[in-house]
Design a binder for this molecule. Structure first.
Ligand SMILES: [Ca+2]
Length: 260
């Protein structure tokens, strides 16, 4: 029996409501009613399916979130471990630097002592050849030369090199004390330069390892009316210590070479 006939049987001839008309209109109305209910059932089923899919999606999202949280936590732990490792390595490297710096200073002091001894021995032997060429001054294991003219840094550097020497490298306190006396209160270029923002001695001696004798407020890398940009070269005087200056400025210079 069709849904429509069943419904009409259940409802009976006296059924009240929208579809209580007899005949074609009543049948049509009943048919519409059945269709509406079927449609409602179909919608209900679709909604149930949709709800189920949504629940599944929600579950997947929750699981994904949980995995992400776990990954995030692992990454945070790994980051923390890495930070700790880097900190420890930095500490070790600083300690090594300190040890190396201390050794370097000891070596410098020993070399100074050897130089003085050499000087004493040389003085005792009056027939010995001078330790340094004429117009060069002996100190420690080196000979030092003071220029008579003021020149830009590049000229000074080349002039020292022509004499198989280099602009003076200040390795320690002893040598600096010697140079203070040697400098006669004038201004001199030394072999220290800023290269790409890092201070470097011209013979490759480590700047980090050597003691610094910067004057008050130096290095200040200042600009002047005539010279903009970096003060990348270093001048020293007994009175003011080291001062970074523009390399194009002219100063006298001190060359140094090792005792032959
Ligand atoms: Ca300066």
């Amino acid at each position: 029996m069709s849904d429509l006939n069943l419904q009409r049987q259940k409802k009976g001839p006296k059924a009240k409501g929208k579809c209580d008309e007899e005949g074609a209109y009543g049948n049509l109305c009943d048919l519409l009613d059945v269709l509406r209910k079927k449609n409602a059932n179909a919608n209900g089923e679709n909604m149930a399916k949709e709800q189920s899919r949504l629940r599944e999606t929600d579950k997947n999202i929750t699981e994904g979130q949980s995995r992400l949280k776990e990954t995030g936590e692992n990454m945070a732990k790994e980051q923390s471990r890495l930070r700790e490792t880097v900190t420890n390595e930095l500490k070790k490297s600083r300690n090594l630097n300190e040890v190396a710096g201390s050794l370097f200073n000891k070596i410098q002091r020993n070399l100074g002592a050897v130089g003085k001894l050499l000087d004493e021995v040389w003085k005792m032997n009056s027939s010995a050849q001078p330790l340094c060429d004429k117009s060069w001054k002996h100190y420690g294991l080196s000979c030092y030369y003071k220029s008579t003219k003021a020149e830009p840094l590049n000229f000074a550097k080349e002039d020292c090199e022509k004499n198989k020497a280099h602009l003076v490298i200040i390795n320690g306190e002893d040598e600096m004390n010697f140079l203070r006396g040697f400098s006669e209160n004038q201004y001199w270029w030394i072999g220290l330069r800023r290269v790409s923002g890092t201070w470097e001695w011209s013979d490759g001696t480590s700047y980090e390892m050597t003691p610094k004798f910067w004057g008050k407020g130096q290095p200040n890398n200042s600009s002047t009316k005539d010279h903009t940009g970096g003060q990348d070269c270093v001048q020293f005087s007994n009175e003011k210590g080291w001062d970074d200056r523009h390399c194009a400025l002219k100063y006298k210079y001190i060359c140094e070479k090792e005792i032959p």
